[in-house]
Design a protein around this ligand. Structure first.
Ligand SMILES: C[S@@+](CC[C@H](N)C(=O)[O-])C[C@H]1O[C@@H](n2cnc3c(N)ncnc32)[C@H](O)[C@@H]1O
Length: 209
């Protein structure tokens, strides 16, 4: 069970997370915001929301957006709570991606940024996202991409040095998970941030019967 190890690591890092990773957070989440093209009326779930930076970015433009964030780190969530306390339309919950505490078909859009490689069982996490997604909804997964050399090297090093590290995936592997769970991939790309760091994003919707 890796979640307690991840929780402990992020609880410890929470106070410095935003500052330590500010450039990375700004690059990735501004990219995700532009990619997502959220309509202000859509109800959004952010799985592994961390310190609430994505919520803050969205709410700066659409202060009425209905947003829910979940994370397994209580201390990351506490920072998110502090930032987002002025917005009654935001709810934050301590929960795992693999056990989402929401009713079926609750959300129009589900996003998850820089967290898929932590999920112990990505298929269970995606199945949970599909359960709580409306039938005409969409999920967007942004994460590190093992098609890039630096990510492959990092994956190898982190597997040895970081007990919280689980597994990076190639774009084909991410798409394989999504298709196996009955999603249609409607839009996807790989993207570099800086010269060498490569990520991938996929938007997917439940296949229509
Ligand atoms: C690199 S941070 C990304 C946070 C945020 N999405 C962002 O882009 O700034 C990864 C986050 O994933 C959370 N996390 C890892 N595994 C999780 C799981 N199984 N369920 C929920 N959250 C998880 C960690 O606690 C951490 O806050």
């Amino acid at each position: 069970m890796i979640e307690p190890v991840i929780r402990q690591q992020y609880d410890q890092m929470s106070a410095i997370y935003d500052q330590r990773w500010s450039q990375y957070i700004s690059n990735t989440l501004n990219f995700l915001k532009a990619w997502a093209e959220l309509a202000p009326t859509e109800k959004v779930l952010d799985v592994a929301c961390g310190t609430g930076e994505f919520e803050q970015l969205i709410l700066t433009e659409h202060s009425e957006q209905n947003m829910v964030g979940v994370d397994i780190s209580e201390k990351m969530l506490a920072i998110a709570q502090q930032k987002l306390q002025a917005y009654p339309n935001v709810t934050l919950s301590l929960a795992s991606a693999e056990h989402l505490p929401f009713a079926d078909q609750s959300f129009d859009v589900i996003v998850s940024a820089s967290a898929f490689h932590y999920f112990e069982n990505p298929a269970i996490a995606l199945a949970e996202m599909k359960r709580v997604l409306k039938p005409n909804g969409k999920i967007m997964i942004l994460d590190w991409c093992k098609d890039y050399l630096l990510c492959r090297i990092c994956d190898l090093i982190l597997k040895v040095t970081d007990p919280a590290h689980q597994q990076c995936y190639t774009q084909a592997e991410l798409h394989g998970f999504l298709k196996a769970l009955g999603f249609d991939i409607t839009r996807a790309t790989k993207v570099r941030f800086g010269l060498v760091w490569g990520m991938m994003v996929a938007t997917a919707s439940p296949k229509l019967n």
